[in-house]
Ligand binder design. Sequence first.
Ligand code: KE4
Length: 428
Amino acid sequence: MIYQRSSALFAAAQKVIPGGVNSPVRAFNAVGGDPIFVKEAKGAYLYDEDGNRLIDYINSWGPMILGHAYSPVVNAVIEKAKKGTSFGMPTEIETEIAELAVSMVPNIDKIRFVNSGTEACMSAVRLARGYTKKDKIIKFAGCYHGHSDSFLIQAGSGAVTFGSPNSPGVTQGTAKDTLLANYNNLEHVARIVHSNKNEIACIIVEPVAGNMGCIPPAKGFLEGLRSICDQHHILLIFDEVMTGFRLAKGGVQELLGVHADIVTFGKVIGGGLPVGAFAAKKEIMKYLAPEGPVYQAGTLSGNPLAMAAGLAMLTELNKNPEVFTSLTQKTEYLHKGIQKALENHDVEHTINRIGSMISVHFDKDPVIDFDSAAKGNNDTFKKFFHGMLEHGIYIAPSAFESWFITDALTYDDLDETIAAVGKVAATF
Ligand code: KE4
């Protein structure tokens, strides 16, 4: 595969955009080499600036669950754009998508639209703090909720569990209110709650983690968080930016039957346009401005163009729920094929999968949290990434990301991918 034009475009981009990209993971720093610049995409395929066709397993980090340039979404955007793209005034379509989302997702009465997953999670935490009148939050090492200051926190040194900034620009003042727990470790959460009695507003969690690779919750983990929150008047926030409208029509709350107090969304809900959202029962949402005192706002929040894309996407998923079964079956087929291909070449690995989220880890031990995900052999992952790219397969440019399956993939695409795994593994 030739990538000359992508490399030239990257050099030009670096002159005027920090790192040449508008979001760091795209720069390929975790795998090396220059990033691929995409010219266009359709269905399961990306077409890059050098004329290469790539089978896409990232799908814009989740939104393209039905494939790129999906006609019902594209047509809705085209038609809406002809009538204006944003007014900064209420429009009927915002109510239409809100009614549909509320009908699809269990345990929510009201939803507020914003412009990204970061905004959704940041606002959900502020709402939880305003509702409970408590300041501290618990998040999990390895879970990512966007780049709001309260989330850019790493585990404190030693046994201490209050956080410390993991980015310059985040203050100690902010970090002190974020407590770090280990994913899938209820005992750790209980210990932190006990040490911070009556100070914790919320626990925010990826109910299926996708930012350490894909890590499903251990049996009883989410139920345990629910119980801890009920006992200590803490709000449970499910960050479903990745899982919402992907793992089921009603997301993880439906799939695994555990209810959160606030749920955040992104990615699929916008059909590829910038949309995030957060939702809860009306008893909580009534605290949000202008109804209540917790302030939150956005010039382009709920703009008709983004709402048109999101409404078209949710409408398609709502009327064809069998797509979730198809996605799960394709992901299971891929899992079995990759596993066989790697086993045939004695490559140590473990594969995590749930619904249409999957990740390959080059370590023989189970990957259940950040520490075990970090044990994976990153050199092998880099070789795997570039080898797959050479065979026209685009997977996540980081071992700490999930793959996102699109229903536009055919079983021929899956067989081509599995065959590529075998060829790459043979070079290890
Ligand atoms: P955005 O602000 O990027 O729309 O959403 C932040 C976010 C919140 N919650 C979860 C669970 C997420 O996965 C994300 C964003 N996901 C990353 C992929 N790991 C987006 C890719 C990127 O940062 O460019």
